[in-house]
Design a protein around this ligand. Structure first.
Ligand code: TTP
Ligand code: CA
Ligand code: CA
Length: 660
């Protein structure tokens, strides 16, 4: 806790003035400003339980206790809780899953098929890996409905601060909202501080027993007792927890989904809290319980410490136990990992995190991709996939309001992987003309032509198409953000010219082996900061900000091989099973992953790294950044970037869906 105020105590023996809170009027005022350094801050993280599986259960009207898993080609990507009680998880091969749980329903994800103008659920999809591409649109649609419900349940901005963190999770900064409730309930806090001195301590909260209802409360350590009087930081958590309970109730009652939540003083602790007790529970990590809660974790489980940095710290101090690292002094940490990272690490293992909730929920780019095993070898084959990518992206553009010119992307990009090399080509989307499927396909084919002209196009192992640099259409209302966009437009003209002059971001850096290092690699940093001016890559999987589900058709880990060997050399079921049993250990996740998913899994890390990279560049999220500790305000930030009223109405092209 960063409270610099002394805890004014009155000894139980010596009678004295009434005890006061350890928090001050200043802290209360910081709470009303959602200050990230406020020791009374309240943040929540909400994560849907077995998300894709719930989407399918609700769509199909399956009973809640029926085991169900979502299948993608020959693997499972989501497993509901009834199925988990049979020992099933995402890493289990299908024959094994059937053996463990014969009554398991396996629903394959929807797919795009060439020539179709929309995705569909198809009975033969698991066998159609050669012709189909996965569509995660049904889950995006549900994600939007849930996000809309959350926003509807909360009071409007500025009290409402919601950050979509992935396809199935959000962060809420509840500070301002809690502050308003606090003043209603405890009018004694509303007045000016005594002597008008903001550093005066607040009065002690009334000593009523706090009713935590059914929430899981993280235990205290043995040196603490629950008899310690509650202070305002406990009260604000309780209020936060009530708000979250209402939000979860609305999602459950109106949309049927269960989710789990964590309520704590920052994003990192809230996220750890939401995973503490699943499904359908919420966990409060009170400030007084933070250190005890963290002591159960290996520090390599903490965001950003899963990969190389974590390994470095483990080898420097000979332990992966968080508690042991607590005994290391700040100076020692700095000496081993550098000043900035050392300072960051010192705070993180003490549960400190001042990253902001970034209310941006708008899409910044869209990507459609496919990995090929075996590789493809001709323009014909590649163009077939380009048609599918374009149909996929165009359908999403329509939802995004591109037809009405509400928003439009500025660039289209083709990424082409051959062996360990990925090459990217980019073209500006001509402004002033409506974007349609035909023009997008022409651009995509031109880009493919550029790759082919360069040579080394075949065999190709992965193709992906993305559009990026979204901006508001000229017809819309423009707030201050509009001026920023105009500034960017000027830059875009320049970069567009550069691009037309044959800018080619061929990049060895994209090779699979180096992918995980993306955030550290200065070359990649340069590449991305270069493209930042065009708005490209602002968000690799912008729609969800998540693990780029659509990044691959198969890119998500867990996403079994769209890359399953195909065509004539397709292995028999047993061989495939055998392959799936061969695993490699992913150090970043600390998990064994089936060997045949390695490429997809690495792609997922790659995309995730890009996403983090983007956050760093937009300067809105400091937790993800070991070398920065200052509180960074989002450059874009602000509720002005939020799209009002979205998500409630059925989405174009989705009407056939039988969601409740
Ligand atoms: P998660 O929130 O990680 O998992 P989950 O919602 O299935 O289960 P939990 O109750 O433990 O939160 O991911 C959300 C969805 O994203 C998941 O339902 C399927 C998809 N996903 C993948 O496709 N591949 C992956 O590797 C992961 C982790 C998730
Ligand atoms: Ca989840
Ligand atoms: Ca999640």
């Amino acid at each position: 806790m960063s409270s610099s105020q002394p805890f004014i105590t009155s000894s139980p023996i010596v009678a004295g003035p009434r005890r006061k809170s350890k928090f001050t009027f200043k802290h209360l005022s910081l709470l009303s400003q959602s200050s990230t350094s406020c020791p009374l801050r309240v943040v929540a993280h909400i994560d849907l339980d077995a998300f894709y599986a719930q989407c399918e259960m609700i769509r199909l009207g399956v009973a809640e206790d029926q085991p169900l898993a979502v299948q993608q080609w020959q693997g499972l990507i989501a497993v509901n809780y009834p199925a988990r009680s049979f020992g099933l998880n995402r890493f289990i091969a299908i024959p094994e899953a059937k053996k463990l749980c014969p009554q398991l329903i396996m629903q394959h994800v929807a797919t795009w098929r060439e020539g179709d103008d929309k995705w569909a659920y198809r009975p033969d999809s698991s066998k159609s890996i050669n012709t189909d591409k996965v569509s995660l649109d049904p889950y995006r649609l549900q994600s939007r409905r849930i996000l809309a419900m959350i926003k509807e349940t909360l009071p409007p901005a500025p009290l409402q601060k919601v950050e979509k963190a992935s396809i199935d999770e959000v962060f809420l900064d509840l500070s301002e909202h809690v502050h308003s409730i606090l003043l209603e309930r405890y009018p004694e806090l509303a007045g000016p501080p005594p002597y008008d001195d903001p550093l005066e301590n607040l009065p002690q909260p009334p000593s009523t027993v706090l009713d935590w209802k059914a929430d899981a409360l993280v235990d205290l350590d043995s040196s603490q007792t629950e008899d310690d009087d509650p202070d305002w930081d406990d009260i604000v958590m309780l209020i936060g927890s009530e708000i979250v309970r209402d939000v979860r109730k609305a999602i459950r009652e109106k949309l049927k989904y269960t989710c789990s939540a964590g309520i704590a003083r920052n994003k990192m602790m809230a996220k750890l809290g939401s995973g503490y007790k699943k499904p359908n529970s919420q966990t409060v990590v009170r400030n007084r319980a933070v250190q005890h809660f963290l002591s159960d974790f290996k520090f390599t489980k903490i965001r950003n410490l899963g990969g190389k940095l974590g390994e470095q710290v483990v080898s420097a101090f000979g332990t992966d136990q968080l508690t042991e690292l607590l005994t290391v002094s700040l100076d020692q940490l700095k000496a081993k990992v550098g000043d900035d990272t050392g300072t960051w690490l010192y705070g993180v293992i003490r549960g400190e995190d001042t990253s902001e909730i970034n209310p941006r929920t708008q899409i910044k780019s869209m990507l459609s991709a496919k990995s090929f095993r075996p590789s493809i070898n001709s323009t014909d084959q590649a163009e077939k996939w380009l048609r599918i990518f374009v149909a996929d992206i165009y359908a999403r553009l329509v939802e995004e309001g591109v037809v009405e010119n509400k928003r439009r992307p500025k660039t289209v990009n083709l990424h082409h992987r051959q062996g360990g090399q990925t090459r990217s080509k980019q073209l500006p989307i001509p402004s002033g003309r409506r974007i349609d499927e035909g023009s997008l396909l022409d651009l995509a084919k031109t880009l493919l032509g550029q790759v082919i002209v360069d040579g080394r196009a075949w065999p190709c192992a992965n193709l992906s198409l993305s559009v990026g640099g979204f901006e508001d259409g000229v017809t819309g209302n423009r707030g201050i953000g509009g001026f920023l966009v105009r500034g960017d437009e000027a830059k875009t003209v320049n970069s567009a010219q550069r691009l037309q002059n044959g800018h080619d971001s061929t990049d060895e850096e994209f090779g699979p082996r180096k992918r995980r290092k993306v955030a550290d690699d200065p070359n990649i940093r340069r590449f991305f900061s270069k493209s930042e001016s065009t708005g490209e890559y602002e968000d690799f999987d912008a729609d969800s900000g998540f693990q780029t589900p659509e990044h691959n058709d198969a890119t998500d880990p867990g996403h079994q091989q769209s890359s399953k060997p195909e065509q004539d050399d397709r292995p028999k079921e047993q061989e495939l099973h055998q392959q799936q049993l061969e695993t490699y250990f992913c150090k970043a996740c600390q998990k064994s992953i089936p060997r045949i998913e390695e490429a997809e899994h690495q792609d997922w890390h790659f995309a995730k790294d890009l996403e983090n990279e983007d956050r760093h560049q937009t300067g809105s999220d400091t937790i993800a950044r070991p070398n920065s500790h200052s509180v960074v305000r989002s450059k874009r930030g602000g509720s002005g970037t939020m799209r009002p009223g979205r998500g409630g109405k059925p989405q174009t092209g989705q009407k056939k869906l039988a969601f409740s």
